[in-house]
Design a protein around this ligand. Structure first.
Ligand SMILES: [Zn+2]
Length: 225
């Protein structure tokens, strides 16, 4: 059973390149949901601190541990977020190579210590699991390495509640890893501090759309040949 599930996940991942459908008409208004509201994506509510992956970095390489439930949750979470784009602003590929990844997602027993001077955003989902996303950056506002998302189970393994929490929290943390460095005050949004849903609200969609049409000030770490 376990082998079959892993084989399916690995096979799906091998051919996986997630991309939003590109519109032929890319005039700005077509790139946004018409009835959305942005709850903000600035780090610490500082409008000088904006991060999103640049067009030159597409597809964003996302590592998910292939031996756990992480990978299908990461695939689903990325599909959820990328599905919000109308103009092909971002794409992602899921990789099993953590040494060449922009985002690293792991399920861990307990959350690791928080790094110093990092983008650190946590979520505490309905008491069954928790998550946190870290990105350390230097004085030039350049990330020093990959963005790291951690998901830690708190409840009994294999419970329905835990599996739902892992899915929801992975999607929430991927929202941070894609650049939403804030939380929504509204429980109807997945970026609420304690998310209650695995799908995006119209405001989640609009916030991501606005982010990818805003000039970033925080840069990703440079690629090494
Ligand atoms: Zn969060």
């Amino acid at each position: 059973m376990r082998t079959g599930a892993l084989g399916l996940a690995a096979g799906a991942a091998a051919a996986l390149l997630l991309a939003a459908a590109a519109c032929s008409d890319q005039s700005p208004n077509t790139c946004f949901d018409s009835n959305g509201f942005s709850y903000g994506f600035y780090l610490g509510a500082d409008t000088a601190l904006v991060f999103h992956w640049p067009a030159s970095r597409m597809p964003v390489r996302v590592y998910a541990d292939p031996a756990t439930v992480t990978r299908p949750n990461v695939v689903a979470g990325l599909q959820t977020w990328l599905g919000a784009f109308h103009c092909g602003e971002a794409s992602a590929t899921v990789t099993g190579d953590s040494t060449h990844a922009d985002i690293i997602v792991r399920v861990v027993g307990t959350l690791p210590p928080q790094p110093v001077r990092a983008i650190t955003l946590g979520s505490d989902s309905v008491g069954v699991c928790v998550g946190r996303t870290d990105g350390t950056y230097d004085t030039t506002l350049t990330l020093e390495g990959p963005v790291r998302s951690y998901i830690a189970p708190l409840g009994a393994p294999d419970s329905v509640a835990l599996s739902g929490c892992l899915r929801m929290t992975t999607t929430h943390e991927l929202g941070h890893a894609l650049g939403i460095l804030a939380h929504s005050p509204d429980a109807a949004d997945i970026m609420y501090t304690t998310p209650r849903r695995s799908t995006l609200s119209v405001n989640d969609r609009y916030t991501l759309q606005m982010l990818y049409h805003t000039t970033a000030t925080i840069r990703p770490f440079p690629l090494t040949p």
